[in-house]
Design a protein around this ligand. Structure first.
Ligand code: UT7
Length: 323
């Protein structure tokens, strides 16, 4: 028998304020047409003033717990993937733990920027498979609107805020690809590329800083590295493209999503796309898309799902799971 980490529940939360592309036309030399055609983004949600990442995360966590039919006291651990935690420390995960009234178990953040949720899933899987936890809330939550330079049209039109969460639970499997749960993960990073996507602030500078991105450079790495990690994860899981029901990619740019699907030899009919409504929500984009994909009736129990993401670091990776 093999221990598998299966999805027991899923949920998400989006802040109330929806910002359409046209809003940026009022203060920037940009257009709805440029944003749509270059990125696929039509609108995004922005957190209200004072609304923190841990608040967004707690909302998504409650939705996932409700979907799972579980109380917070039945969870052993919380992992939050984020680059926009409320404070330098404590972690957003411990803030969520307190918010949920959970006084047992453990909680910590994973910081791998846009690839954060994939890294968090791989870590949660390892904790479950090694027997250190039976049920884990894995959350991706971000308030990237707080990192924007509103005078930089090449970045501020691309990002949004939100949160998504999964409840993973230990279950017995056979060790075969037909099992439900996480079948394989594949993680990479290469700090030589840190300058092409970074925040120019932090503890060492005394200010939060703003997101800086050489978009074309990141784009150049994205399709190649995402397709490569997806293929590696599929190989490890013992499956191939024709077995995949749904690709749930990081939602940064529709052209990256399309290019990667093509390299994976998968039609767009098999891809969950939410970038038009959420923009790039960094580590929150995959759990948001998983939750919306489930809500739309796209992802069903037994479906083979592959998630893939790349972001600052660079850090990138993929997870193959059977829903
Ligand atoms: O989630 C982390 C990973 N991040 C990503 O995956 C993002 C990767 N990169 C991208 O998605 C794309 O590179 C962008 C959407 C950021 C940009 O698309 P692009 O096709 O690479 O455009 P570009 O950067 O080459 O810019 C083309 C032109 C430039 O003008 P010139 O120099 O050709 O005259 C920019 O100044 O578009 C201009 N531009 C804009 N024009 C109107 C840049 N931003 C804007 C804007 N509105 N908001």
């Amino acid at each position: 028998m093999t221990t598998r980490a299966i999805v027991r529940g899923v949920g998400h939360y989006l802040p109330e304020r929806v910002v359409e592309n046209a809003w940026f036309e009022s203060f920037l030399d940009t257009s709805d047409e440029w944003i749509r055609s270059r990125s696929g983004i039509e609108r995004r949600h922005f957190a209200a003033e004072g609304q923190t990442t841990s608040e967004l995360a707690a909302h998504a966590a409650r939705a996932a717990l409700e979907d799972a039919g579980l109380a917070a006291s039945e969870i052993d651990a919380i992992i939050v993937a984020t680059s926009t935690a409320d404070f330098t420390f404590p972690s957003a995960a411990t803030m969520v733990q307190a918010e949920l009234g959970m006084t047992t178990g453990f909680a910590f953040d994973v910081q791998a920027v846009c690839a954060g949720f994939v890294f968090a899933l791989a870590n949660a899987n390892a904790l479950i498979v090694s027997g250190q936890a039976r049920r884990i809330l894995v959350i991706g939550a971000e308030t990237f609107s707080r990192l924007m330079d509103w005078e930089d049209r090449s970045t501020c039109v691309l990002f949004g805020d939100g949160a998504g969460a999964l409840v993973l639970e230990a279950a017995e499997g056979t060790g075969q690809p037909e099992d439900r749960g996480i079948l394989a993960s594949d993680l990479h990073s290469d700090g030589r590329f840190r300058e092409i996507l970074h925040v120019d602030g932090g503890v060492s500078t005394g200010r939060t800083g703003h997101l800086r991105m050489l978009g074309k450079e990141v784009f150049r790495h994205a399709i190649e590295k995402l397709a490569d990690t997806a293929h590696r994860a599929m190989d490890k899981a013992g499956v191939n493209s024709s077995d995949v029901d749904w690709v749930v990619p990081h939602q940064a740019n529709i052209r990256i999503i399309q290019g990667t699907a093509k390299k994976m030899q998968l039609p767009m009919d098999n891809v969950v796309v939410t970038v038009q409504d959420h923009g790039n929500t960094s580590a929150a984009s995959i759990p948001l898309a998983l939750s919306v994909g489930r809500e739309r009736g796209q992802i069903r129990e037994g479906d083979l799902v592959i998630t893939e993401a790349i972001g600052g670091g660079l850090a990138w990776g993929a997870v193959v799971l059977r829903w």
